[in-house]
Design a protein around this ligand. Structure first.
Ligand code: ZN
Length: 339
């Protein structure tokens, strides 16, 4: 019970990439970079195990960014043709690459790190991929001319990689959809359909991660504008409860999400955010167990997986390690108290 997991990303070692950046530059190149990515993946598998994380991941050590790590393997995108776009409903502006031709996978995306991780841990293994809605919110288009059509094209590619990850021995494939909290009507209209396309035929567990973003300033400012109660989940959870996805990863600790909204996810595993990624303050095991106890009022305890609110990529390594340890220790305390 209370099997722990992380949302996805972890800090990259300072010898591999610029530290404490969401979009860091690599410090290595060529074969040295490939070797560095493999070593960083192995280091974090071990460090997650040591911290008591039950469902481990690659910490996204092989990708520069959670969306573009996938896009780099996709044909039909012109990375030199940058378009200025307001993303997440104009929360921030970014220069994004442009879809100019039919989308096709150039080959495997995460084969190396998935097989490496599988060979080096006996624990359950989770891999993350960006969700179709979040991808189309992070890229410009002059080919498809229709956002939903393009999302479905990306969903087919995600499905191709997800099936291959399952064959590599991955136990959980998670799609990251921070855009779900922004375009709630679109989630019901086509966002979940796109995820269903992405998980088509998978027999492993499937998850969707829906947060209020990394602990960066644009997101902190946005959260301040959302008022005293964040009720975004209320609009999308009922549709997610009816979906074919197995697990939903949600932001909880230190958020203004009313915890009783979790009851709208009946029948789903809840990856419960018990670790805040927007502060360097380290949670205590008692605080973590307390959030689990609150959630147990609305979610059957066997369906609760203590998790982080979002990825830890922009944090310092020491803070991330301390937070992983707090997650492991807090879940262990909860098992003793409520098991
Ligand atoms: Zn997140």
């Amino acid at each position: 019970m209370f099997e722990t997991a992380i949302a996805g990303s972890l800090p990259k070692p300072s010898w591999l990439a610029e530290p404490q950046k969401l979009w860091p530059q690599w410090k290595l190149a060529g074969e040295a970079l490939a070797e560095g990515k493999r070593d960083a993946t192995l280091a974090w598998i071990k460090l997650q195990e040591d911290a008591g994380i039950d469902i481990v991941g690659d910490g996204e050590q092989s990708r520069q960014h959670f969306v573009h790590g996938f896009l780099e393997s996709v044909e039909g995108i012109d990375f030199t043709r940058k378009t200025k776009m307001g993303i997440r409903d104009n929360r921030y502006e970014a220069m994004v690459p442009t879809v100019v031709a039919p989308l096709r996978l150039r080959g495997r995306v995460h084969e190396t790190e998935a097989r490496l991780a599988r060979a080096h841990t006996k624990r359950k293994l989770k891999f993350t991929l960006p969700g179709p809605m979040t991808i189309v919110d992070t890229i410009a288009d002059v080919y498809y001319g229709d956002k939903v059509k393009m999302a479905m094209a990306f969903a087919a590619l995600l499905n191709q990689e997800a099936r291959a990850l399952e064959a590599d021995g991955v136990d959980v494939v998670q799609f990251d959809e921070p855009a779900f909290n922004v375009y709630r009507e679109d989630v019901k209209r086509w966002g979940i359909d796109a995820l269903h396309r992405a998980i088509d035929g998978l027999r492993c567990r499937t998850a969707v991660h829906i947060c209020y973003g990394y602990g960066i300033q644009a997101n902190i400012d946005w959260k301040r504008s959302l008022g005293s109660e964040w009720r975004q989940y209320e609009e999308i959870f009922p549709a997610l409860a009816r979906s074919r996805l197995d697990q939903v990863s949600v932001e909880c600790i230190n958020s203004r999400v009313p915890i009783n909204l979790l009851q709208l996810l009946a029948g789903k595993d809840v990856l419960l955010g018990v670790i805040d990624v927007a502060t360097d303050k380290i949670e205590t095991p008692e605080i973590v167990a307390g959030v689990i106890a609150d959630a147990m009022k609305y979610v059957p305890k066997e369906r609760i997986h203590p998790c982080t609110n979002c990825g830890l990529a922009p944090m310092s390594r020491d803070v991330a390690l301390a937070k992983l340890a707090a997650l492991g220790a807090g879940a262990a305390l909860a098992r003793r108290q409520f098991g």
